[in-house]
Ligand binder design. Structure first.
Ligand SMILES: [Zn+2]
Length: 246
């Protein structure tokens, strides 16, 4: 199970002659920056900084939406999947041999064979919810690839498919089969970086795979994203923030 520990993101605090204090995450440097007003009494400064940092970390954490494996899901609860809220409905039936899930309107209906052991039932529900989540992510990535192709490459870079892989050493890659393979870690990236990642991969199609990361490739990439150097630096920073899995 992947979990991102944002408490590991370093904090840089500076004091300035400003009326109010503020904090934000700088994706290029991979640090949380805090500006403290020098009007704050010393005793308060530390507390204010801690509160501001906590707020920024909370915002970062909201980007993670992988349904946890070990959670117990209750019938009737609202779960978030594929960017929207669904009501979970768990039903038992004698007519089924295997657990299954489907969407009905705004309900995620999970049907279980009756007589299942409580523990097995719990595991089956959470596995189905995770599977549904993965499918909705897949749909989202397919749409993203299509959108990026139209927006940046004149629709000249159609892909065959998107796959979510468990690779740790790279964010993504693309081969002759025109399948974009994304590390599951990439799903933890901020939206703009995930988009850039897709731009990076599609630029390989535009330039021709033989071009690798050479001048021809960089030309195609720069045409689509003039700021690509900055984006690559940000990706490098995020590779320390999103941990690898075993
Ligand atoms: Zn590349």
């Amino acid at each position: 199970m992947l979990a991102v520990d944002y408490s590991a993101v370093p904090v840089v605090v500076t004091q300035k002659s400003k009326r109010s204090s503020s904090a934000w995450f700088d994706p290029e440097e991979g640090v949380i920056k805090v500006i403290l007003s020098n009007r704050l009494p010393k005793a308060e400064a530390e507390k204010v900084a801690a509160t501001l940092v906590e707020r920024v970390r909370k915002k970062l954490v909201r980007r993670i939406r992988v349904p946890p494996r070990r959670r117990v899901y209750e019938d009737g609860e609202a779960i978030r999947s594929g960017g929207k809220w669904l009501i979970l409905s768990i039903k038992e039936t004698e007519f089924r041999k295997h657990p299954a899930a489907r969407i009905e309107g705004s309900t995620l209906l999970v049907v279980l064979p009756s007589g299942m052991h409580y523990q097995t039932q719990r595991r089956a529900v959470s596995a189905l919810i995770r599977e549904h989540w993965a499918k909705s992510e897949y749909a989202r990535l397919l749409l993203l690839a299509d959108e990026i192709s139209r927006k940046y490459f004149n629709a000249e870079t159609p892909i065959e498919d998107v796959e979510i892989t468990r690779q740790n050493t790279r964010w993504a890659n693309i081969c002759r089969d025109r399948i974009v393979r994304l590390s599951v870690r990439a799903l933890f990236l901020p939206k703009d970086l995930l988009e850039y990642l897709m731009v990076h991969e599609l630029a390989h199609l535009k330039a021709g795979l033989h071009a690798q990361h050479g001048p021809g490739y960089r030309r195609a990439l720069a045409e689509a994203e003039p700021d690509w150097r900055k984006k690559e630096r940000e990706l490098a920073v995020w590779s320390h923030i999103v941990p690898v899995h075993d």
